[in-house]
Structures are given as C-alpha cells and as structure tokens.
Write a protein that binds this ligand. Structure first.
Ligand code: PLP
Length: 358
C-alpha cells in the first residue's frame, strides 16, 4: 500500500522502480551479489553507468559536445564547484535570484570570487521572475547562473535567459519534467532527490569546451575536467544511487519520455492551480506566468487551520504537504513520480476540507 507522497525532497520515486530494485536487491542478474556489493570497475556496474549516461542523453537529447558527470555532495556542492571550476576567465560571474536556492547559490559563490546579483525579484518577495529583458546578460562574465525552478517558492522561469556567456542552471527540482534545449546551456546540474533518485547524487551536464577551465590545482574529485576524464570514477562513485537513477531513466523512457511526462505534469499542475484559484479558501501568491509545475505552495484563508489540514491530509493518505519551514503554509510537490491520481485525491480532499471548515 503506497501513500500519496508530496514531499519536496527526498521525493517520491516510481513504485515500479522501487519494486524492480527490491526484486534484484540481494541477487543482481544471477550473480548472488547485490549491485551495491560489487566492484565499480567490474563489467556489470560499468554497464549500469554506461546505460545511465545513454538513457539520460536520450531523454534530454543531450548533444555530443556535452558530457554527463555523476558527482556527490548534492546540488549544494555545486554552489561552490561551479565558481571553483568556471570562475577562471574574467573572474566575475552574474547571478539571477528568484528565491531561496538562487540566493544560496549566490552567497556560496560570493565566498569564492567576484559575483554580481544581476537581476532579482526580491522586490516581489520572490513571487515572480524577471522579464526576459531584465534577465538578458551581455557582458564580461565567466557565466550566468539562475534557478529555473525555485523549489520553495514554487517559481518557474517560463523562458530560458538569453546571454552571450555560458548559462549555468540549477535544475534540481525540474530536470526531466519538461523538454529543454540543452544546447542553450553551458552547464546544468541537478541534485537527484527530486526527479531522479536518491539524495547525495548530483548530475552535471557540461559543455565539453568548459572543461578546460577547471584549474589544474583543483582537487580531482571537485574538478569537472578530472571527473570527466575519469568517466565519473575519480574515486568509487555512489554506485547504488547511479543504479537507481538509471531505473528511473528507464521508467521515464517507458512512459514515453520527457515530452509525455510534460503533458502529464501540465495536467497535474493545472488541476491543482484550478482548485486553488477557484476557491477563496486557498491561495497561491505566485504570478501566473511564473508558476511552477513541480512545487505548488498554497495557504489557507485561516492559518490556524494549518495543523488540522495537515493531520487530516495525513490520515487520508496524503503525505508531506507542509510548506517549507521558512515560509509555512502548504506545498504540494508533484514531481514526475507523483501520479495524476495523487493530485486528484488532493484536490478532492481540499474541496471536502473547505466544505467542513470554510
Ligand atoms: C533541493 C535543492 C537544492 C539542494 O539540494 P541538496 O542535495 O540538499 O544539496 C538546491 N537547489 C534546488 C533548486 C533544490 O531544489
């Protein structure tokens, strides 16, 4: 019996993936050994790694002049690794801030070099994104960093910023949720625990010409160039996490790929926003064009009912709907692995709760 899980991260994984992992946990392909217990340099794990790269390349249509790296330390490690690797030309980078995660990326980078907050929507309490004109960066920067989907505020860029410098994006909470044109980016990173797999793993998609920027004195485990040269095996990689990520990639391909997921994600988000907007009991503060498809925060007209809402939701099998501790209220994270039936159940519960308490 699986609950409907709206956790922002670590988030729901597809039930089929968990069942498959369970079925081969103790005995991987008739070896009598778990995939977790075998050499990362052996034939079987090498096949998993190659398959994960091939499947992700297919899912995202990643061009050949990009490499895929599997690293550790979560998305937060990339807040520092991006400047450590890329801030070696002009010595200056531009950041767009639209919420908590992009603020954090900026603050971690500012310890390591010269970074400029080029555009920000703080003046709207991070309920919007800058206009394409405000986000247009033409200048002497090593890169432009932004966060396409702010997981906490539920704010999404409906466009890709135009720039003459390499575009770096923290796609942690929206990777694989809708098609993107990878060729517009210099580097994409995503912590795995939202839309890919177990926490700790971070996927980096990097244009190969940027690999030359990694300073030679940088430790190999932190150097994009060294990690790329070593095929993500400078040291023992997180083998089980990569294996699980690959099961998720295979599952996505079986569902019809990212375009098919995007259609489902649009329907899920539309149903939930409709429930919020058609009621005066629920509200969402984000401007319409910037609303996230993955993370939907909402508040109740009477905040005193928050705890009752969460407790009754939990009893109804709807888990982890509490908003981020910094903002309160509710948040439904509806990543790829959250089925449409979960959103339907939530919408029904919200209507019924409003009838009783509204
Ligand atoms: C969750 C998240 C992070 C942090 O990920 P960790 O793996 O905990 O470091 C960073 N950026 C975004 C957009 C996120 O959603």
């Amino acid at each position: 019996m699986r609950a409907f899980n709206f956790c922002a991260g670590p988030a729901a994984l597809p039930t089929e993936v968990l069942q498959r992992a369970a079925s081969e946990l103790a005995d991987y392909q008739n070896t009598g050994i778990s995939i977790m217990e075998m050499s990362h340099r052996g034939r079987l794990f090498q096949a998993v790694l190659a398959s994960a790269k091939k499947n992700l390349r297919q899912l995202m249509a990643i061009p050949d002049d990009y490499d895929i790296l599997f690293m550790q330390g979560g998305a937060t490690s990339q807040f520092s690794l991006v400047p450590m690797n890329l801030l070696s030309g002009a010595g200056q980078a531009a950041y767009i801030t639209t919420g908590m995660w992009s603020k954090k990326a900026l603050s971690h980078a500012s310890k390591l070099g010269n970074v400029v907050e080029y555009a920000s929507t703080l003046d709207t309490q991070f309920t919007s994104v800058p206009s394409p004109e405000e986000a247009l960066v033409n200048g002497q920067y090593d890169y432009l960093h932004y966060t396409p989907n702010e997981t906490i505020g539920g704010v999404r860029f409906p466009y890709t910023p135009e720039t003459n410098v390499p575009l770096v994006a923290d796609f942690s909470s929206s990777i694989l949720s809708e098609p993107i044109d990878v060729s517009k980016f210099g580097l994409i990173y995503a912590g795995a625990q939202k839309n890919i797999g177990p926490a700790g793993l971070v996927v980096v998609i990097v244009k190969r010409d940027l690999l030359q920027r990694s300073p030679t004195e940088l430790a190999d485990v932190w150097s994009y160039r060294s990690v790329s040269d070593a095929n993500s095996m400078v040291n023992t990689p997180p083998t089980y996490s990569i294996y699980l990520a690959n099961l998720v990639f295979e599952w996505l391909l079986e569902q019809g790929g990212v375009a098919a997921m995007a259609a489902i994600n649009q329907r899920k988000a539309a149903a939930l926003y409709h429930a919020i907007d058609s009621s005066s009991f629920y509200s969402n503060p984000v401007t319409l064009p910037a609303r996230s498809l993955m993370n939907i925060p909402f508040t109740l007209a009477d905040a005193a009912l928050n705890d009752v809402f969460l407790a009754e939701a939990e009893s109804a099998g709807l888990h982890s709907l509490a908003g981020h501790r910094s903002v309160g209220g509710m948040r439904a994270s509806i990543y790829n692995a959250v089925p449409e039936s979960a959103v339907t159940a939530l919408v029904d519960f919200m209507a019924q709760f409003e009838r009783r308490y509204g």
